[in-house]
Design a protein around this ligand. Sequence first.
Ligand SMILES: O=C(O)CCC(=O)C(=O)O
Ligand SMILES: [Fe+2]
Length: 761
Amino acid sequence: MASESYPPPFRSLPDSTQAVDLDDQVNPVHDMEDPIPVVDLQSLKLGEACEFWGIFRLVNHGVPPTLLTQLRENAKMVFFLPFESKQNLITSPLSYFWGTPALTPSGAALSTKGSSTLQNINWVEGLNVPLAQLSQFQTDNPIIASFRLPSHSFSWLEDFSVCQFAIIIIKQHPAQQEDDDLHCSEKKMASESYPPPFPSSPDSTQAVDLDDQVNPVHGSEDPIPVVDLQSLKLGEACEFWGIFRLVNHGVPPTLLTQLREHAKNALCPNSGTPALTPSLAALSTKGSSTLQNINWVEGLNVPLAQLSQFQTDNPIILLLSGIFLFIGCKPPAQQEEDDLRCSEKKMASESYPPPFRSLPDSTQAVDLDDQVNPVHDSEDPIPVVDLQSLKLGEACEFWGIFRLVNHGVPPTLLTQLREHAKMVFSLPFESKQSLITNPLSYFWGTPALTPSGAALSTKGSSTLQNINWVEGLNVPLAQLSFQIDNPIIASFSLVLEEYGKHLARLATTIFDAMVINLGLDPIESKSHLSNSTGIVRVYRYPPHCSNSSSASAWGMDVHTDSSVLSILNQDEVGGLEVLKDNEWFSVNPIPNTLIVNLGDMMQAISDDKYKSVKHRVKVNRSKERVSICYFVFPGEGSVIRSSNYKPFTYRDFQNEVQQDIKSVGYKVSKNLACCCKLWIRGSSLCMILPSVSSSELEWSSSMVVLSSSRFRTLLRKATRRCEMSSLFESESESKEMTRSTVRMSVSVWGASELNCLETAR
Ligand SMILES: O=C(O)CCC(=O)C(=O)O
Ligand SMILES: [Fe+2]
């Protein structure tokens, strides 16, 4: 499979055990240690390296390590495309070449000489990227597009996207060659961000650290006492040292790194140090006129308590202040608590909505549901779809869900977004309620939202009955450019905005493929998916387990999505389950894959050929789970026409769903069309549901009797697009209606619904 992406002559991979590298025997290569001279961009002593080697290893270059890795990862993704795709997709001003690295000025490979044999070709393929023309480059291919702009982690640099960043770095080459004095130009660039007295730093080779000779410093090993926050044995360290290294502190490593990286960006070359407000005033550069008596340092002062009032338009500072604000929000009271473990749990749980805070001991938990409805989770059964080939017919018809690979969303963006979400969720509950305001909204206990994004009701919030074990943010992407005051939320929304762009691209690509697959009219179908309707819901499912004394809780009850498409980015905890052929399957977390599930609108658009998959989320007993779901809908006013449904708009549908939720408490499913027999017995309507599966509700073929008003409500909901009028006509005509058959859909939403029905034999 991997080799399909190679140019044809490269595909016959010789057996490496038999390979003999003749060249190595003739010209032995030294590779024991690294002999390449090292040049520090800050001191730029490169004379020797240039004279004697012509090559050097550059350190302290200021290009963020994540950018270096990301660029290589993205490159791997591009190279992994099928050979033919690379030839077709990588077009002017970019060019794709292989077999020879020599290029004509236009970027085309000189010739792939010897491509018919393996003689004389270089074992290489490549892309030529003239940076100055990059902005003209148009591509519909998402992988190539994201390679062109692997900018997510730097999106907060806004007018300073990574592609420009890369250009700046790489463009230094011609400048260097033209410039006689390399030292000068580069040093100048690096030092422009320093306070004026710093650039004229003395040549470090001549520097003698006198102080080191007078007061030698022990540096060979680490003598600093280590204190574990869990045991807090700190007496000795405090008495004899007054300093210690804290371990097990619970501050996520990614936060520590992220903060340092953002700090570098706020202070680094090129970004400049933007003007700061008084609350973040730079320390005074005393003695700035001479080099005497100043400390060789610059810094930011951040009074955490005042940070929430801080306003800035600069995205770098915004992101940095968001992280500081997050740190400042952490309750500091741990040491006072008797039981540290308990206090940690308490601290973590203070961010949960109150009913979620009593964390039952997971060891005693028995998952009753698992015993009743076994879930297949031994291997991953979910069909896999590659965005490059998009063979999705079968997955959409039989599953209504698939795992998307080769999607082109940078893995770091997927992770970063979840990490950022965790930061937001770990704010105190009250802060989330007050800080997350229009256009964003915060909800918990129920994922059902009104059009404004507010949770419909936190039904049952006084008890643990019937609430979903979830809290979330609703993010209407089109409104994200609105001013968001709080820096934590604002910096999160910057990352979300970048993510939203990627997901809109994916949704369009997938939808277009579906339209072709279904043989639908591409022009008419265009309005059935509108990226401007995209919303993101960010969820956190606190840990929970059902035991004998508490009701079992779902992270999210069984449901279908109302969207056209939903695309899920889940963390490593897992819990999503999908129903197929009346059996539940776990959707295992597999890093860097996205889960695409089809919603009700897609089912209607496809005239029931594709499935709006039923799914639910199980909460984990000991770990909280974070997932991020992107939903996209038909455009405003777009009418969906198909033979199984009377024409309707998404707004019509949404109104009905809202009504269902208000009157029945849940969305009434429309997607199980089946034949149903019904008659009246006494004052009740009876019906036989021959084709409803046993595992869904175990009422297959059973006779369900319910009061006629209740039945009417359900039936009206279920049959609104079918033969509702004829049904009710015949009902009023004859109380003796016997075994008339109607076409209807049946709602199957789990035990809570069954409770409203009386089952009779
Ligand atoms: O969190 C998940 O895994 C699924 C969320 C979901 O089903 C939804 O938002 O509709
Ligand atoms: Fe869903």
